[in-house]
Each structure stands twice: as C-alpha cells, then as structure tokens.
Design a protein around this ligand. Structure first.
Ligand code: GTP
Ligand code: SPV
Ligand code: MN
Length: 588
C-alpha cells in the first residue's frame, strides 16, 4: 500500500511529468552529486546551475546565477488563498483557492518535462522539539535541493515521521519557464500547502523559509496559540557571564543577520547566535516566552558584509565544516575564482565578471554584485553558534526588539511601557524599502513587526493575537524599538552601527534587569545619555541629541499616517490598539 506521501508525489508527477523522480536522503555525499549535476547537466537558460569557486580560499563554495528577471521575492505575485478574502486581509493578495489551483494546474501541466523531480523530506525545528514540523517539498531545481539541505534539517527520517498521516506540510516548486508573467507563489493555509512556479530565487523557491515558516506557520500559530515571527534570536553575555536571550524583528535587509552575529565593540560582552531570520515563539509552562529557530542556515545579504562590518559572517563563510556554501548573484573575481561584492574588504579586483557573468566595467556605473545577492551557509559553520541552538525547548526571551530603516524621526532606542503598548509600537512601525523584494527601493511603508509581507492572515487579527499571547505570559519580555539608520544633514548615518550596536543592547539588558532608569516620553522610555556607553565614539553632541530625543512637530505627520494605515483594517483592529493610538495622539 502506498503511503499518503507516495500517493501525493505520484499525483504531482502525473501533472508535472518529470523524466525522473529522485528521493533525497539529505546526506553530504548526495549534495556533492547534485552539485556535480548542476555543474555538468542541468541548465538555466543554457547556463550551468553551479560554478565551482576557489576551494583553497572558500572551502566548499559554489556560485549560482539566477535568471536575470528572478533576483528577489516578488510580493505582487505572492498570494495567500484562504477560503474567504477577509481572513487574508488587506496585507495579502488573495484569490479563491479553487481558482488559484485551476490556474496553477494549467501552468504546471508538464512543467517538469525533461527534468528531475527531487523529493525533499525535511524538518523545520529540531526533530526532538515539540514545536518541530515535518515537511515535504518537490522541486525541479538542483540549486533549490542543495539550498534546502543547508537551510533545513533535510533527512529521510522526516518521511518516517510523517508515516501514514496526510496533514504533512507540502511544498510544490517548479522553475516553470521562469517568465515573470507566469510566476506565482501561492499559499493554501488550511492544507499546509505552498505552490510556487516560475521562480528559482530564495524566498520564492525555498518553501520551508518565508512561505511555510512564516506565512503558513503564522496562521497555524494564530489557531494554536503561538507566534511565527521574522526575527533574529541571540543570547547576550555580560561581563559576569550571564546570558540574556532576546529576539529582534527587522524588515528584509535591515540588519538582522548583522545583529545575529554581532562582534561586540565593548569588552566583556559577547553575542551568541541562534537565528538570523525566523523565530517560532511559544508560551512555556513557566509563563515565559520561548524561542526556537526552525531553520539551520543563513540566506544572507552579501553586499556590505566584510571583516569590518561582520567578521563572524566571513569566518562562517570560510569555515567549510558543513558542505556546501553557495553564493547567488555575486560578482566573480576571474583571476582568483573568488566571489566578490560591493563592500567586501580589500581593493576592487581588476578582472571582475558581474552578477550576470559579463565582464564588469566600473565606468558603466552599474554594481558588479546584485544588491540582493546572497550567501547560503549552515549555522553549524558559525563560530558564535549558541550551545542552546539545538535545545528542543528553545531559549527564554527577556526582550523583543523591533527595528526598521528610518532615516528620520525614530530614535536610536525606545522602550514600550508594557506589552500592549509594545504591540502598538510594533503595529505602527515603518521602514524604508530595500532590494530584498522587487519594488521601488527607499520609500517608507508601514511594516508592522517586519511581518507585512509574511503574515499569512489578516493583520488586524494578528495584532489581536499578539495581545492575547501577552495575557498568557506571567513574565512577558519587554518590548523595544531600535533604529540604526538615522542620517545627518550630509546624509551620513549618525550611529556607527554594526559592532557598536552592542552599546544599545547593553542598555536594553540593563533595562530588562531593572538596573537603570529611563526618561518617559509620549512614545515610550528613551535613554538618559549618561546610561549609554559612548566611550570612544565621536558623535557630535547635536547629532546625539537627535538620536535620543522626540520632536513633537515631526511626529504630527507620523501619527496621521499611523491612523490611515490602521483604519484600512476596519473592525479587525482591536480596541486596545486604538486606545494606545489615542493616548499617543493626545500627547502629540
Ligand atoms: P534579510 O536577510 O533580507 O532578512 O536581511 P537582514 O535583516 O538580515 O539584513 P542584513 O543584516 O543582511 O543587513 C542588510 C544591509 O544592512 C547590509 O547591507 C548591511 O551592511 C546593512 N546593515 C546592517 N546592520 C547595519 C547597521 O547597524 N548600520 C548600518 N548603517 N547598516 C547596517
Ligand atoms: C528576506 O527577504 O527577508 C529574506 C530573503 O530573508 S528571502 O528568503 O528571499 O525571503
Ligand atoms: Mn528575512
């Protein structure tokens, strides 16, 4: 008798008609074979899927170039197909499930002809964690198969674990013809199903990541009483050796990976890494909030990553312990066969190929690496990996940090008055857009808890859910906002950022442990300058003031925008959020 997984795979194969079906076991030997296939046989638009890089300098590293129209998440082609539009909310594109499937079936008819269908069994979360989920993804891309081995716990045991159940997490992925007009990333939350066609890139194709672990998981969490969040998880060790665990939500390309691997500029402090993108948060029996990272890899932004900004990331990329490390859409130093990107240490190499493989000429004024070029590497390569990374229970969280990219207005750090006020702080959050998704870069948009593109249900209900989680916590984490991105008159960042961000984290853990006072303002508590360790920085006095003060006049426009944003969600916005809004509006 065929198992539910086997029946499901056969059904999809009848539709997609691959030449071969190959069940992955998740071993290193298999990954090496798939890369070989990607170098010698499989092609994207006539080009190989992988190029071997210089293994003396970058052990286990390969370059992948995606199709030139397929370089970032495509939010306008991403749908969440609940049975009713109201459940999806204004924050999601919606289509009735039967209509979406009819369209996908047409697009998928014979889409794997001439290709291999890889069956990927994997776990999100440690297999012995009560919060882990067993999943199966189908794909016709060796790049996706190899990436999923890095990003998830891919192992044939996931098949055994699913056994005779048919409610496992399902992902259908095909490159299709890579045409942007035939590209769709569609979610069917009640079936735990993601169906993606026409893209081979990151969050569009590695379906365990944003599609399942955020969009579908946030919906599961809403029903089951937990949270799936776009958050870093770190442990901050102080000079006495105490470790405080915190999570931090920031929109795409706003500093999560950098924060997750921060090398402290202050003596005695150390940051331990547990995750750089996704956190699943559960209320523990002790009334505290516990976090696990369901992933096992980094899919991080290359541009700007250097020994100066993020030395631990470069060490991770060169560790070569867990095979392989992938570079996607970086430039290539053709003399040394090394990956290269803007912001990497050292002089610009003379003989570069750009991210599309063409000889790069600086005079043309284009970047050599794509601004959303990325690396994929295992967390087990990371020298600062926390010893609690594989702890099935997760780690207890003392602070939640919410960040965004705001060149103006938002202070360096603010502390919410309490949990509901913190939920409002998250709900009103905004950020200037980045290259991580295909849209205009640098425009301000509201992005509550950095979840606007990832919340798999009505955002108003999501705020309600956050408020309810708070009621279940007897020891709720304190909630903070941070902003590393304020600029001065010359458009330079005022705050040095990166390793210096430890100074802000230090203030946060001192507040968590009730060691210092803070100044009350209408938007929350802000630091007294004397409590921020600023030794060795030379930020001009007037700019420092700007970083930590609130200008009421500037806030008038902000308050109006917050109201316009929230009103769109109509009756779904909880009364508590409006009460918080009124309190703020009254002061401003
Ligand atoms: P996703 O992987 O898209 O979710 O991004 P992320 O939030 O992990 O962002 P990441 O840490 O990769 O940083 C994105 C960009 O922001 C990079 O170009 C960094 O160099 C830059 N960046 C990160 N931290 C800081 C900081 O503290 N200050 C400044 N000025 N830039 C930063
Ligand atoms: C993001 O855009 O937030 C990422 C990269 O982490 S992707 O996997 O493409 O979503
Ligand atoms: Mn992300």
């Amino acid at each position: 008798m065929a198992t539910p997984i086997e029946r499901w795979v056969e059904e999809q194969a009848r539709l997609m008609r691959p030449d071969k079906i190959y069940w992955c076991d998740g071993s290193e030997e298999e990954a090496r074979r798939l890369i070989e296939i990607g170098i010698c046989q499989e092609k994207i638009d006539g080009e190989p899927v992988f190029y071997k890089l210089n293994h003396n300098l970058w052990p286990g590293a390969y370059l992948h170039r995606s199709h030139s129209t397929d370089v970032a998440r495509t939010e306008h082609l991403t749908y969440v197909c609940h049975s009713d539009k109201e459940s999806a909310g204004l924050n999601n594109n919606w289509m009735p499930p039967h209509k979406a499937k009819e369209m996908l079936r047409k697009l998928s008819d014979g889409c794997m002809r001439g290709r291999t269908m890889y069956v990927l069994p994997y776990m999100m979360g440690h297999p012995s964690s009560p919060y882990a989920k067993a999943c199966i993804q189908l794909t016709d891309s060796s790049y996706v198969a190899v990436s999923m081995r890095i990003m998830t716990r891919m192992h044939k045991d996931a098949v055994k674990r699913i056994g005779n159940r048919d409610d496992f997490v399902k992902g259908l992925h095909s490159l299709g013809d890579l045409h942007p007009e035939r590209r769709f990333i569609m979610h069917f939350p009640d079936e735990h199903l993601v169906w993606s066609i026409g893209s081979g890139y990151g969050g569009n194709a590695l379906l365990g990541k944003k599609c399942f672990s955020l969009r579908i998981a946030s919906w599961l969490g809403y029903q089951e009483g937990w949270l799936a969040e776009h958050m870093v998880i770190v442990g901050i060790e102080d000079p006495a050796g105490n470790i405080t665990y915190v999570t931090a939500a920031m929109p795409s390309a706003c500093g999560k990976t950098n924060l997750a691997m921060l090398q402290s500029a202050l003596g005695g402090y150390k940051v331990w890494t547990l995750g750089d993108d996704i956190a699943w948060l559960n209320v523990g029996a002790d009334g505290r909030l516990y976090a696990i990272n369901p992933e096992t890899g980094f899919f991080g932004v290359t541009c700007g990553t250097s020994m100066k900004t993020n030395p631990n990331m470069l060490r991770t990329l060169k560790a070569g312990k867990f095979f392989p490390t992938l570079f996607t859409n970086t430039a290539l130093n053709q003399d040394t066969n090394e990956p290269w990107w803007e912001g990497l240490d050292g002089p610009v190499p003379k003989n570069l190929a750009d991210w599309e493989g063409n000889s790069w000429d600086k005079a043309q004024g284009k970047k050599a690496a794509h601004p959303n070029s990325r690396f994929t590497t295992s967390l087990y390569n990371c020298p600062t990996l926390s010893r609690d990374f594989d702890n099935p229970k997760g780690v207890p969280i003392s602070a939640i940090i919410l960040g965004g990219r705001r060149t103006d207005l938002i202070p360096l750090v603010t502390e919410a008055f309490n949990w509901p006020n913190g939920v409002f702080l998250g709900a009103r959050g905004g950020s200037e857009t980045t290259a991580a998704a295909a849209h205009q870069v640098g425009v301000l948009r509201r992005d509550p808890m950095a979840m606007l593109p990832f919340c798999g249900y009505n955002m108003g209900d999501y705020f309600k859910h956050w408020l309810n989680i708070g009621k279940k916590l007897t020891h709720p984490p304190k909630i903070f906002s941070v902003n590393w991105f304020r600029t001065n008159e010359k458009d330079e960042f005022i705050w040095p950022g990166f390793s210096e961000n430890i100074r802000v984290l230090k203030w946060i853990i001192e507040r968590v442990n009730n060691r210092i006072e803070a100044k009350e303002t209408p938007i929350g508590f802000v630091p007294y300058l004397k409590d921020l360790n600023l030794e060795g920085l030379n930020i001009p006095e007037n700019e420092l003031k700007k970083l930590t003060s609130i200008n009421m006049e500037d806030w008038c426009g902000e308050v109006k925008e917050i109201k316009d944003f929230l009103e769109q969600f109509g009756k779904h916005i909880p009364e508590e959020i409006w009460r918080q809004y009124q309190a703020l509006a009254k002061h401003i």
